[in-house]
Write a protein that binds this ligand. Structure first.
Ligand code: GLA
Length: 356
């Protein structure tokens, strides 16, 4: 028997670094993704073949993280977690293909985890709820990849819906599809600068926000409003980190009201505020991401722009009129290249359906 699954990439729209602080976030699955297809083997081997990353082979018995070809860890990590969840997963061959390039901030990692989990559950006749699958993939990333990421990427890849944003409440696990104003497009622009040590910086921010919550006597930064935070004592660095997360939660709440009124422009203004807060408070932007946002915001037809995802490199997302998207993407790429000397890979994306 062969099985096949597709999982899309995602773009974070608002709610930066809120997920692991038990906060709220708005994201969307995009119309690019990865397909994993495979079949069972009876010799206990796992063989992987990716059109862009090459081949890999290991036995189920020898399962361990790979230091050289790190892309395989997303697959192997999922196998490990399925086994630890008590499911009997044996050998299999899998092929990976798609149009979601790694390292562009589109979360190809979550897409690979989710598509792998879907295929293996089918091949080995097992069932898990969609939320359990998301959490299992997140654990794979923590244990096999070493990034203490939140649940945003996996939830969005699974629960995305065409023309909708995904609202996720990381405390209650509520997931809701929110209609997005029609006629808008998202341009995702990679900064073109190689990221280094970002895992360490991500984990460090996670630690700083935890320390801020602790200093405030809170379970999580979810539990304080921007006004209350302003009245409390906190060392300057922790204050800035907390202000970002608390502000992002607030912006997500304001965004829900704006989306209910189909207000794309208002939503874009919140994206700009979010980027400014990343820049000043969370310090997870870079000169390149700032430049992409600055150029985008000067182009007619753009509603707003911000960095998307973890930051420290990666990509920005620009919200604009659909009919203008191709022209805006072109101008953004050219101006960015002229001013930075770097080449940005750009993707004009629609809000799309989740994994299947
Ligand atoms: C990465 C992580 C997510 C989330 C974002 C920042 O994409 O994988 O869980 O924390 O960064 O919002």
């Amino acid at each position: 028997m062969r099985a096949e699954a597709y999982a899309p990439g995602r773009v974070e729209l608002l709610g930066n670094h809120t997920d692991y602080n038990q906060g709220v976030v708005l994201a969307a699955a995009i119309d690019r993704g990865l397909k994993v297809s495979g079949e069972r083997r009876h010799d206990g081997r796992i063989t992987l073949r990716s059109s862009s990353m090459g081949r890999f082979e290991i036995t189920v018995e020898d399962l361990r993280p790979e230091n050289e070809r790190r892309w395989v860890n997303y697959v192997l990590g999922v196998v490990r977690e399925l086994l630890d969840a008590g499911l009997s997963i044996g050998g299999f061959s899998a092929e990976i293909e798609g149009d979601l390039p790694p390292g562009c901030g589109l979360s190809s990692s979550a897409a690979l985890e989710v598509a792998t989990a879907f295929v293996l559950l089918r091949l080995f006749n097992a069932r898990l709820s969609l939320l359990e699958i998301a959490k299992l993939c997140q654990r794979a990333e923590h244990r096999f990849v070493g990034v203490q990421s939140g649940l945003l990427d996996q939830v969005t890849s699974i629960f995305g819906r065409s023309g909708h944003a995904v609202f996720f409440d990381a405390r209650s696990d509520e997931v809701r599809a929110i209609p997005f104003p029609p006629g808008l497009a998202l341009i995702i622009a990679e900064s073109g600068k190689k990221r280094e040590l970002t895992e360490g910086l991500y984990n460090q921010r996670r630690e700083e926000t935890r320390a801020a919550a602790e200093a405030l006597g809170l379970v999580a930064l979810r539990d304080i409003s921007p006004n209350e935070l302003a009245k409390r004592d906190l060392p300057p660095l922790l204050r800035r980190r907390a202000a970002h997360v608390v502000g992002e939660n607030e912006r997500v709440r304001r965004a829900l009201v704006l989306l209910a009124q189909n207000d794309g422009r208002g939503f874009g203004a919140l994206m700009n505020e979010s980027h400014e807060s990343s820049r000043q408070n969370f310090e997870n932007s870079t000169a390149e991401l700032d430049l992409l946002v600055e150029i985008a915001c000067d182009l007619p037809g753009v509603y707003g722009a911000r960095l998307t995802g973890g930051g420290f490199g990666g990509a920005t997302v620009t919200l604009c009129e659909n009919v203008e998207a191709a022209r805006i993407a072109d101008e953004l790429a050219q101006t960015y290249n002229r001013r930075s000397g770097l080449k940005s890979r750009l993707f004009v994306c629609a809000l799309a359906d989740g994994a299947r």
